[in-house]
Design a protein around this ligand. Structure first.
Ligand code: GRF
Length: 218
């Protein structure tokens, strides 16, 4: 069991399978930190139940009750600040964040995207990769910057696209890899090994390519 070295606050909107992966990593001593809160913008997000069962503090901030994106993000930033996180983990958080929010947590705000960034930012990534005839897909954990899915990559894993793949079958192949990749990438940030520079990420003082360090699951 490793000693926890940092605090993670996790933001979700939905089912929370990546959150579950973090909780499992924490329970098995593989996470270099402790999850101190889970915040959802959707009151019915199934991931909230996962957090409650694990005894983690939960907060709901319903975005539909806010007039503007700015007002929601201001309140969200206040709640996140209350938990003093070392790393803020976006785990299926389906909101575009304002530049002010991103700036407030610069260098400690990370996201996972189910594509080989910088390819296929945004939605419908799996279908777009299949339609383009890609032979490889995957997932990327990246620092969040003001542009959607554009921040410098930290860690990236590849999976094959196979003949006859649908978006669903490809997503089902990528998701378990996400679950292994994301806590590992968070550890790199928690331990200070991965840092966000001006327009790239560095790992152990090495400038990383846009997609981040390549990592293959066992
Ligand atoms: C994952 O595929 C992640 O890559 C994307 O949103 C999905 C979240 O799934 N950003 P879950 O809520 O963690 O199960």
């Amino acid at each position: 069991m490793r000693d926890a070295t940092g605090r993670l606050t996790v933001l979700i909107s939905g089912r929370g399978s990546n959150l579950r992966a973090f909780l499992q990593a924490q329970q098995s001593g593989e996470l270099d930190g402790e999850i101190n809160a889970v915040i959802s913008n959707r009151p019915q997000a199934p991931g909230l139940e996962i957090a409650r069962e694990a005894g983690i503090a939960t907060e709901v901030l319903d975005h539909t009750l806010f007039e503007t994106r700015e007002a929601f993000d201001e309140q969200l930033a206040q709640i996140v600040h209350n938990y003093s996180p070392d790393v803020v983990v976006l785990a299926g958080f389906m909101r575009i964040l304002t530049p002010a929010f991103v700036a407030a947590f610069r260098g400690r705000l990370i996201n996972i995207h189910p594509s080989l960034l910088p390819k296929y930012r945004g939605l419908n990534t799996h279908q777009r990769a299949i339609d383009a005839g890609e032979r490889e897909a995957g997932a990327t954990v990246h620092f969040v910057t003001a542009d959607l899915d554009c921040g410098p990559g930290i860690l990236q894993a590849r999976v094959p696209v196979v003949a006859g793949d649908s978006a669903e079958s490809l997503a089902a192949r990528v998701l378990p890899v996400e679950h292994q990749l994301y806590p590992r990438a968070a550890n790199l940030v928690l331990t200070g090994r991965a840092v966000l520079g001006h327009d790239s990420a560095r790992l152990d003082d090495r400038v990383l390519p846009p997609g981040g360090e390549q990592w293959q699951p066992a």
